[in-house]
Design a protein around this ligand. Structure first.
Ligand SMILES: Nc1ncnc2c1ncn2[C@@H]1O[C@H](COP(=O)(O)OP(=O)(O)O)[C@@H](O)[C@H]1O
Ligand SMILES: [Mg+2]
Length: 265
């Protein structure tokens, strides 16, 4: 079976004030349905640029992206709008991710309406179902998004991303700003949702401990390049690159397999 997402030779150089920064350099990888691929690496190595290229928030200089067996970079107009339903993103900055006036109901209802996921009269029930799925009570629907805690807002961001029933979720440092106990709950949620729905995830984090908890495989980036790519456990137990060694050294007491949420007890 073909991969859900296949990236080949993707590159992006920013040009700003006469300077050139090659943020992503000849990156290739693939991702299967139901799989979580970690994108690890130090700040500034190009993780967010790569995530934004895949989401088509920015356009690459070169390279190809195949998503659900289609030439993803060639899609435009209504084809692209329809296809976007299947690829959703959760960002780190939950404040900026929402319209400041929106309530939980309008935030989650919008993708349901735009992509016509359920008939209008069924939207409140679908919103309640999505809230329950991310561990929030149904009466949260009426709450203004900006009055929620960071962790609650990130759950709403997850519910909104799940609303169009995507095949791929791109999470860019999505749990980096929440505290450790909330982080563990959201990672558990992600893994249980994946068990139910075959959702694939591109999981971006500078924190190898978080990557280890949820990612089957990991791509380690440095200065725009993937310097190491493989099974998460293998890379953590026997890193081959200096970049991977440094990421592992940054987490005290990182032990093989410990905390792996996909591992069977
Ligand atoms: N819009 C932009 N214009 C110019 N340079 C940028 C822009 N966005 C990111 N960069 C630069 O590209 C490199 C990669 O950034 P980024 O993809 O945000 O890395 P990461 O997410 O791994 O921290 C950095 O050197 C960053 O300063
Ligand atoms: Mg980033």
């Amino acid at each position: 079976m073909a991969a859900l997402l296949a990236v080949e030779g993707l590159s992006k150089t920013y040009r700003a004030q006469g300077r050139e920064i090659q943020a992503v350099a000849d990156v290739s990888f693939s991702l299967d349905r139901g799989e979580t691929l970690g994108l690890a690496g130090p700040s500034g190595c190009g993780k967010s640029t790569l995530a934004r290229l895949i989401m088509r928030l920015i356009e690459p200089d070169t390279g190809s992206v195949t998503f659900e067996d289609r030439n993803w970079l060639a899609l435009s107009g209504s084809d692209l709008r329809h296809a976007r339903r299947h690829m959703q993103m959760v960002f780190q900055d939950t404040h900026a991710a929402f319209n400041p006036r929106s309530t939980v109901e309008t935030a989650i209802g919008e993708p349901l309406r735009i992509h016509q996921i359920v008939p209008a009269q069924d939207r409140p029930a679908e919103i309640a179902r999505l809230l329950k799925r991310v561990g929030l009570p149904p009466d949260f629907a009426a709450r203004p998004v900006l009055e929620l805690s960071g962790g609650q807002r990130q759950r709403v961001a997850l519910a909104r991303a799940l609303a169009p029933r995507p095949a791929l979720l791109v999470m860019d440092e999505a749990v980096s700003a929440v505290d450790v106990s909330v982080r563990a709950q959201i990672l558990d949620l992600l893994v249980s949702i994946q068990r139910e729905t075959d959702l694939a995830c591109l999981f971006v984090s500078h924190d190898i401990a978080v990557i280890r908890a949820v990612c089957h495989r990991v791509a380690v980036m440095e200065a725009g390049h993937i310097v190491e790519y493989g099974e998460t456990r293998r890379i953590i137990s026997a890193p081959q690159s200096d970049t991977a060694r440094r990421l592992i050294a940054a987490v005290p007491k990182l032990q093989h397999n410990q905390g792996d949420r996909h591992a069977q007890p």
